[in-house]
Design a protein around this ligand. Structure first.
Ligand code: HEC
Length: 172
């Protein structure tokens, strides 16, 4: 369900949202839910609105990969953004929220569609660059990616190998 070959972040992350949703749990490595991520450091946001091709033919119906993405890092994740080296225990989370448009030109964040996560553990997740990739549908805290899904996350993030597999930067 990925939008393959995408060079731009907004398409790529729209792809990640789609990837995690609705897959059966098979043999994915366990990656914990990022408890309390809304209390972490806010990194940035990205919006994929109805004009995006990522919406496909049914702009507001599921599976719909559009929405508002917010990115967060825990303290060790922030240390990684600052130093360029993410220590074990660093967690980066990105949530996807629906877009609510009560009036033309006015948009709000809506219910959560899901959360994607990268958890740093250089030994446990050594097959995927030292990062555990996880996805959680809606309000669920049960990891929904199978092993192939996790590898697909890593395959795209591998483009940022020289940046610890992380795409985003943090700005004070
Ligand atoms: C096709 C490429 C692609 C795939 C596949 C992909 N990502 Fe990403 N990911 C990105 C890009 C690009 C960004 C940065 C988006 C931005 O700048 O807002 C990103 C950002 C992230 C971040 C924030 C940290 C960072 O690297 O900036 C997390 C967490 C994340 N992705 C998790 C996942 C998970 C989990 C999966 C698999 C379900 C996944 N990604 C699949 C391209 C991808």
């Amino acid at each position: 369900m990925f939008i393959r070959g995408a060079a731009h972040g907004w398409v790529a992350v729209a792809g990640l949202a789609a990837c995690g949703m609705g897959l059966a749990v098979t043999e994915g490595v366990n990656v914990p839910f990022p408890q309390g991520y809304r209390h972490w450091v806010y990194i940035h946001s990205m919006m994929v609105d109805a004009k995006s091709q990522a919406f496909g033919k049914q702009p507001c119906e599921k599976p719909c990969v559009g929405g508002i993405f917010h990115f967060y890092a825990n303290e060790l994740g922030l240390e990684g953004y600052r130093t360029g080296k993410f220590p074990d225990g660093a967690v980066l989370a990105d949530e996807l929220l629906e877009i609510r448009q009560p009036a033309a030109g006015v948009s709000f964040d809506g219910p959560r569609r899901g959360v994607g996560v990268m958890v740093r553990d250089s030994q446990r997740y050594k097959d995927t660059g030292g990062w555990g990739f996880g996805a959680f549908d809606g309000a669920s805290q049960v990891q929904s990616l199978d092993a192939d899904g996790q590898k697909a996350c890593f395959a795209c993030h591998a483009a940022k190998k020289d940046h610890s597999y992380v795409f985003t930067d943090f700005h004070e």
